[in-house]
Each structure stands twice: as C-alpha cells, then as structure tokens.
Design a protein around this ligand. Sequence first.
Ligand SMILES: Nc1ncnc2c1ncn2[C@@H]1O[C@H](COP(=O)(O)OP(=O)(O)OP(=O)(O)O)[C@@H](O)[C@H]1O
Ligand SMILES: [Mg+2]
Length: 373
Amino acid sequence: MAVTKDQILAALAKVPSPDGAALPESRTLSDIVVSDGKVFFSITVDAGAVKAWEAVRQRAEEAVRAVPGVQSALVALTAERAAGAGRAPQPASRAAAHPTDKTMPGIPGVDAVIAVASGKGGVGKSTTAVNLALGLRDLGLKVGMLDADIYGPSLPKLLAIKEKPQTIGGTRLKPIERYGLAVMSIGFLIDEETPMIWRGPMVMSAITQMLREVEWGKLDVMVVDMPPGTGDAQLTMAQQVPLKGAVIVSTPQDLALIDARRGVAMFKRVNVPVLGVVENMSYFLCPHCGTRSDIFGHGGARHEAQRLGVPFLGEVPLNMAIREKSDSGLPVVATEPDGELAKIYREIASRVRDQLRGGATARRTAPKIVIEA
Ligand SMILES: Nc1ncnc2c1ncn2[C@@H]1O[C@H](COP(=O)(O)OP(=O)(O)OP(=O)(O)O)[C@@H](O)[C@H]1O
Ligand SMILES: [Mg+2]
C-alpha cells in the first residue's frame, strides 16, 4: 500500500510545535512530497526560533518514519527572516588592504586554491566541496582537498577515510589519496571523540600547517572546505593563501541568502573574487519518476547572484542519494558518475574552471553571467 499524504499529516498531528499546537496546525509545513516510501518536506520558522524547533524537526522525522510503508524521511528546518530585519551589509566600497599575489607566497606546486564557503552552517558546503572537487577531477585536473573546518572536520566521513597520514622525513605529512583526490583534514590527526577546544590562534596555526607542511605535490586546483561563518579560519585563508576565488553555497531560503550575501561581501572585502554561487537543496528531484518539485521556493540564489553581480554556478537538488551517499563516504560524482546528479556537479565544476581560467583573473570584476528572467 502506497503511503499517502494524509497518513503523514495524521502522524504529524501527534507532534507538538513549541507553542503546543499540533505541527500541521502551525502553518510552518511546506508541501509534503511522498515518493515511493520516501517522504520529504520542510518546516519554515522564524530565524530566532530555530533552536526551539530543532527537537520538533527530529520528532517529526521519527513520527514519519514510524508510518507503515515509509522507508525514509527527510525533514529540513529552514528559517525565515523576520519582517523588518536589517538589510544585508553592503560590500565595503574600498577594499581592505590585502597582500597581493606577489607578496603572498603560494603553495609550491599548487596552481589555484579555491574556498567553498557559506555564511551559515549546514547548507551543504562540505558535500558541495567534495562533489565539486570530483567534478574538477573528471575534467582532467589534478585536485586536492583541504578541510579547513577545525572544529567539525567533515572530510574523514564524507570520503570514508579512517587511516592516518604518513609522515615524510618526520616533519611533513603526506595527504591521503581518495577517489584520485589528495586530501588533508585535521580529522585525520585527532580522535573523533576528542573535544575540540581550539582558540583562534590555534585554528590559524593548524590551517597554516595543513597548507604549508603537507606534501601536496603538483595540483591544478586545491578545493578548501571552509567552516561556516566569517571567523578566524576565513581570515587565515584570506591572509595566508593567495586564494584564486571563492564559491559560495546557499540554500534557497531567505536567511541562508542573507548569510550568503555576507559571505560574498567578506571575500570581496579582502579582494578575493567570488567565482559564483551554488544553490544547494534547490528543488526536490524524485529519484524514481524524475519529477521536479520546488518545495522550498527555489531560485533565490540565482536571483541574488544576479543582484550581487556574481556568477550563478548552478542548482543542486535536494536528493536522498546525495545525503545518504555523502554521509557514508560514497560521494555521488565518484560512485554514480553516469547519473543525473554527477552531471549537475560536473557542470558546476566546468563553470568554476572557466571562471578560474578567465573571469577570476581580473580580481574585482568577475564577469556577470547573463541570467534569464
Ligand atoms: N543536495 C542535498 N540533498 C540532500 N541532502 C544534502 C544535500 N546537500 C547536503 N545534504 C546533507 O545535508 C547535511 C549537511 O551538509 P554538509 O555537511 O555538506 O553541510 P555544511 O554546510 O558543510 O555543514 P557545516 O556548516 O556543519 O560544515 C548532510 O547530512 C548532507 O548529507
Ligand atoms: Mg561542512
């Protein structure tokens, strides 16, 4: 028996929202997509209430999973900007002093270092970074990946790397090879259980070491998976590395877009060209029938990119395979290279490569991509 939307709503009626009302009565639910035993929807709440709602999101996922016939449930919590919230910061009119390419030492053997960043956490940076790196690899480039998320490194999990890197001559580390990528993460060096109490200066030195004391070899591109936000790690990258550019990942929601704007503004301020914006979890693509549903009102990032005058690199659907595969260390571009999703990431990769070749050399004037209305 196929699962129906009404069954899902009945299960959700038993989940209270923070003010006590049943979830379906709370006017926070998106359309509910039920596809072959897989259920997807989002809960949209005020930005200030996100914390209180996380437990509701989890309970909703559990309640949906308990419905007979449901194989999996994916409930996304998304935040809405409160009415009248402040406008996004404008990029600084005068760029802050930034060491130029000439004074900033590069990483020997590495042609281009790019950062994959976002203002907000959990938008899919690491997932995008891994698949983008694999997409660049598929274009014939030699690619490395650096996990700059010192507090919550993702690459050991996303690439299923358990081994420890070897040292060369007792001082330099060899990156770990996986799917043809040279990979380094602080997560390779410390135990997963170790609490990570790093202070700012330690974060900086850890990143600097991973950049400079690792035997990267000859790389066309190094893709850096950034932690969320605009803190010490971003600053270190901008100051220690001649970044060729940054890719900003955003979800379609308004709040994420504000953060994306902040991310764009930050890189512009330090004179690092924004190679473009990727809209992640953009729409739901049914894995069975191929039907597309815009459950989160997609298209915001494309619009925003156009407004900010930065290229739009592409849309990645919300897809169970992306989540399941990346969380089990089998990124789709490597393990389903002929699939639709791999194709999407490869297209994004080729736009990034084109930006690196042409547009991004003129530092403050990344060319606009013509975007249809
Ligand atoms: N397009 C997608 N479809 C479905 N799930 C996705 C998609 N992109 C990312 N995810 C899932 O969303 C979760 C968060 O993704 P990810 O860890 O890549 O985000 P992040 O921005 O790097 O997070 P953090 O800010 O914590 O570093 C993961 O479980 C991931 O598998
Ligand atoms: Mg991450």
